[in-house]
Design a protein around this ligand. Structure first.
Ligand code: HEM
Length: 214
């Protein structure tokens, strides 16, 4: 239901990035050279310093980032190669997030249309199939969003101030802490799945039964 809000917030985030983290935006779009009237790229792969095989929408990046189709968008050339984020990881995480975002909006629109016309869910089994995938897909979009944010600002941990490699904690006990957290979460995951499977096997409780329990 909140997918349309996410699209609006996403557009706002693009403007914010253009101002405060221009290299992240350049990596999202695989934009090597600082360009006036920059295109928005869908898909494609970044090889030899260039985004290839993508679908380009002319001037759309300038429009999204600055509300002006001819505005200058800063490219990766604003930083030396060792201070640029890994473009393909960031670009593709962004494609996955936005692709899923628009697919969720389409699914919501389908439901709204059907509800408006017939006061019922869409009759097609494809709607139910898509609804099954919508939950995991939203979780995947969320993870992809975090990858865009965190990988996109590399190699900085504090943008323009502190490099990630200078912020690494060299304490030797950290591996034990990490393994303990992983073990605790593994146990919690197994226990949660076991409880949910148990509940599902028992099936729904009839209202009459529920009253008896009370
Ligand atoms: C459909 C259009 C969408 C656009 C244009 C968009 C745009 C963006 C942008 C530009 C960022 C980077 C922000 C930054 O690093 O400062 C971002 C981060 C993120 N996005 Fe999206 N997004 C969209 C959809 C989605 C959807 C559907 C989800 C999840 C269901 C999602 C979850 C996230 C998350 C969790 C982050 C990291 C949040 C953070 O840095 O605090 N996005 N998004």
């Amino acid at each position: 239901m909140l997918a349309p809000v996410q699209v609006v917030v996403g557009d706002w985030a693009a403007g914010f990035l253009a101002e405060y983290q221009p290299l992240k935006l350049a990596a999202i779009e695989g934009l090597t050279e600082t360009t006036a009237g920059a295109s928005l790229s869908l898909g494609g792969i970044y090889v030899d310093g260039r985004l290839r095989y993508g679908l380009e929408i002319p001037n759309a990046l300038s429009l999204l980032a600055h509300w002006d189709p001819d505005a200058v968008v800063l490219g990766l050339d604003q930083a030396p190669p060792e201070l640029r984020p890994p473009v393909n990881v960031v670009h593709w995480s962004f494609q996955i997030m936005v692709g899923i975002g628009f697919a969720l909006v389409a699914l919501g629109a389908w439901l709204a249309w059907s509800w408006w016309r017939r006061r019922d869910l869409p009759g097609s089994p494809w709607f139910l199939r898509a609804a099954v995938f919508a939950g995991p897909a939203a979780a995947l979009a969320l993870e992809a969003g975090w990858v865009v944010t965190e990988v996109g600002r590399q190699p900085w941990v504090v943008y323009g101030v502190l490099l990630t490699r200078d912020a690494v904690n060299p304490h030797p006990g950290l591996v034990a802490g990490l393994l303990t957290v992983l073990a605790v979460y593994a146990v919690l995951t197994v226990a949660t799945v076991a409880v949910l499977r148990g509940l599902a096997r028992r099936g729904p409780v009839a209202p009459q039964e529920r009253a008896d329990v009370r």
